[in-house]
Ligand binder design. Structure first.
Ligand SMILES: [Mg+2]
Length: 296
């Protein structure tokens, strides 16, 4: 057996789980968002392969860790500092200042959806995702409400730019209101229009506001150029924009899904995605090209 792939191979006594596990892996890796609906199916498979475990660890980390809890607090503490500094630099008069935030994994926590997906041996799907958002039961992430209410107290307008669909808008507004977020109404919650690119919606806000800060769990919540991960997984672009990012963007943690994961998995069937994951580990293992254990 090829040693570089051996840890990814199913162990014989677990072979029967493989099709389910691969499905769960790709699910966990493919942007899933689980539901606590009363109709939730019974769990069908324990996640136990190394690949599935990778996704499961991310969900456990995101949903339960005190570290992520603290990271959100920390990010919103930083957001307050950046907001104060940027407001202090604004010239008097002019358009009112505005803060733009993303919704999912920025101000609302969808990990109950992710957990339910794994428990049911399935991945993200638009119908189950909408079932989850229709419930309007996502909880506010730590620090988010206080920060946005502070921004309003400083004279800012708040815009929620999300790639939830128009069909999800009403339930999303209801969810945000129930979690006591400020300035939640149809004019301030901008859902997905033609695609996932948020540039046009940001520009629309900028027509009549001075945008003083943006917050999101994806770099694309700040600038669409971060969709391109072809050079050093996008890290070079982060370096190129570091000063601007530092002043005007606060990045929240999301270990479960995003452009970073899509850059490895790509599009296509679950089998194609799983093969790309295998290729990634094979090609990036430190003993690649005969320099490791087999080459010594
Ligand atoms: Mg998000």
């Amino acid at each position: 057996m090829n040693k570089t792939l051996s840890f990814l191979q199913p162990r014989p006594w677990k072979a029967a789980w493989v099709p389910i596990l691969v499905t769960v892996l790709v699910a966990a890796c493919s942007g899933a968002r689980t539901t606590t609906t009363k109709s939730a199916e019974k769990a069908t498979a324990p996640p136990s392969s190394p690949l599935v475990q990778a996704g499961v660890d991310a969900i456990i980390y995101q949903s339960t860790s005190a570290e992520v809890f603290r990271l959100y607090q920390q990010c919103y503490e930083l957001a307050r500092l950046r907001l104060d500094a940027n407001l202090a630099r604004l010239a008097p008069g002019g358009d009112p200042p505005a803060v733009i935030v993303d919704v999912d994994e920025t101000v609302l926590d969808n990990t109950p959806y992710e957990i339910t997906n794994v428990a049911n041996g399935r991945g993200y799907a638009p119908d189950t995702w909408k079932e989850w958002t229709d419930q309007g039961e996502a909880r506010a992430l730590p620090g988010a409400v206080d920060f946005l209410r502070y921004a309003v107290s400083r004279g800012c307008e708040v815009y929620y730019i999300t790639n939830r669909t128009t069909a999800e808008k009403e339930a999303t507004i209801s969810n945000l209101l129930q979690q006591v977020f400020p300035m939640v109404d149809p004019e301030h919650v901008l859902t997905k229009e033609e695609g996932s690119d948020k540039t046009t919606r940001r520009a629309r806000v900028a027509e009549h506001h001075r945008i003083v800060l943006l917050c999101g769990d994806q770099l694309r919540d700040f600038d669409e150029s971060f969709k391109d991960r072809s050079v050093e997984f996008g890290r070079r672009q982060v370096q190129a924009m570091q000063d601007t990012l530092s002043s005007y963007f606060v990045l929240l943690p999301n270990a479960i899904y995003g452009t970073w994961r899509d850059a490895i998995l790509g599009n296509g069937t679950d089998a194609e995605k799983e093969q790309r994951v295998r290729n990634f580990f094979d090609q990036n293992a430190y003993w690649h090209a005969g320099s490791g254990p087999e080459g010594r």
